[in-house]
Design a binder for this molecule. Structure first.
Ligand SMILES: [Zn+2]
Ligand SMILES: [Zn+2]
Length: 190
């Protein structure tokens, strides 16, 4: 694959880190004192929030069947996920469009800011959320397109392909089955 094509397909992997860098830099300057050490607990909170977002977005939003007449509108709301289900071998339909990520991030940032009252804290948590999101994107992509037959990716693939090809009402977690166990949507024992 040409470098340019890679940069476009995997654009979230450079857009979000650059954004995180500037957001942290600007909010820390605005608050006057350096709180970089706080990232040690702000980012893990964000990663944890991500794991729940990965589950809830996939279960309640990506599979949503809205009575919208315009198919393009439906695609936007479900982050093209149903298109990914229709053609899981299509490499251009696996990753979430960065604009979708940015809209959700803006809502999350506003909520975090309202709760914490600190723009830097909100930026620290959202950086953790983005870290979790990019990890999810990488795992989801590899689950579909890496040939690895053993280890972590193969285990996740078994669970994710069950969701794709056996029962799309189960196994919503892609990077971990944690919330599937909590909410009772894990794979049936075989
Ligand atoms: Zn799905
Ligand atoms: Zn998939």
């Amino acid at each position: 694959m040409a470098v340019r094509e890679r940069l476009v397909r995997f654009r979230s992997f450079w857009i979000f880190p650059i954004l995180a860098f500037f957001l942290l830099y600007l909010t820390s300057r605005a608050e006057g004192e350096s709180r970089l050490n706080d990232l040690f607990w702000l980012m893990p909170i964000g990663v944890l929030i991500w794991t729940l977002l990965e589950y809830t977005l996939h279960r309640f939003v990506f599979h949503i069947q809205l009575p919208l007449r315009d198919p393009r509108m439906r695609e936007i709301v479900n982050a093209s996920h149903l298109a990914h289900h229709a053609s899981p071998r299509d490499r251009t339909k696996v990753l979430v469009h960065p604009l979708y990520g940015l809209v959700i991030s803006t809502i999350l940032f506003t909520v975090l800011l309202a709760i914490s009252g600190s723009a830097f804290s909100a930026a620290g948590v959202i950086t953790g959320i983005w870290t979790g999101f990019l990890y999810y994107e990488a795992v989801h992509y590899r689950v579909h397109f890496s040939l690895s037959e053993s280890g972590f990716i193969a285990r996740q693939r078994r669970r994710h392909f069950y969701h794709h090809f056996a029962n799309n009402k189960r196994s919503f977690g892609v990077t971990s089955p944690l919330w599937d166990y909590v909410f009772g949507t894990a794979l049936p024992r075989s």
